[in-house]
Design a protein around this ligand. Structure first.
Ligand code: PEP
Length: 250
């Protein structure tokens, strides 16, 4: 297993106020930092972002925020992993806590989505993380154990490349990022859980997500357990997202 850095933007159901064209222009011309920078827009904008990425000389990659556990059929509103890959996207966020809590995705559904994303050749950004209640009850590590092992068992795939995002729910969009010891403990646990479930030559990234901003990114990025970030709010303005990229680049 080798570890690889990665930085990903999750725009959720938002677009950058500066406009997609201006945002993507700002992403152009960065020096090669040796790791992928991924933009995950709302689904109707995937194709545009792929075009922008080609114009940027592949200066960034494109990811979907969700992909279906089904390939085709009577599943109104769904978009399959193969369709997403066909547009030229390379990543898919799977199991984001908003999908789990608002749209009722359970670990089994997340596992099926991991499988379909992998079969389509997409790199899954597999999100896990506990609620405040779970943390307060001292059950964080058990929670992560269940989320990781159940979904990976359902997926039953051999992942040559896998991204796991540790995103404590209480830190998402709250301005209250997890503290370094909390992040280190969770990332160590995730690395230990994933290791026996992936091939020896798997390229693994373990990202932290939850209120990452330009002013806390450098400190968190300096933790050896942290390979990068999944960023929501602060990814909506190109300058703050690039500041996070700069903090990771060191
Ligand atoms: C997220 O939703 O994936 C996220 C990390 O959001 P924020 O950065 O806004 O906390």
């Amino acid at each position: 297993m080798t570890r690889e850095k990665l930085l990903a933007a999750n725009w959720k159901l938002n677009l950058p106020a500066e406009g997609i064209g201006a945002y993507c222009s700002a992403m152009r011309g960065r020096p090669n930092a040796g790791f992928d920078l991924v933009l995950a827009p709302p689904a109707p904008f995937l194709e545009l972002l792929v075009r922008e990425s080609k114009e940027a000389g592949e200066g960034f990659a494109v990811g979907a925020q969700n992909s279906s556990q089904h390939d085709s059929g009577a599943f109104t509103g769904e978009v399959s992993a193969r369709m997403i890959a066909g547009l030229g996207a390379r990543y898919a966020i799977v199991g984001h806590s908003e999908r789990r809590t608002i749209f009722g995705e359970n670990d089994e559904a997340v596992g099926l989505k991991l499988a379909k994303a992998s079969d389509a050749g997409l790199v899954p950004i597999f999100c896990v993380g506990e609620s405040q209640e779970t943390r307060d009850a001292g059950n964080t590590l058990d929670w992560l154990h269940r989320q990781v092992t159940t979904a990976m068992a359902v997926a039953a795939r051999s992942f040559p490349r896998l991204v796991v995002a540790y995103e404590p729910i209480w830190a998402i969009g709250t301005g209250r990022n997890a503290k370094n010891p909390e992040i280190r403990e969770a990332h160590q646990a995730i690395a230990g859980l994933v290791a026996p479930l992936v091939p020896a030559d798997c390229r693994l990234s373990i990202l932290y997500g939850g209120s990452v901003k330009a002013d806390n990114a450098a400190e968190i990025a300096s933790l050896e357990e942290v390979d990068g970030f999944l960023v929501g709010g602060a990814s909506l303005v190109s300058s703050s997202f690039l500041a996070i990229w700069g903090a990771m680049r060191g």
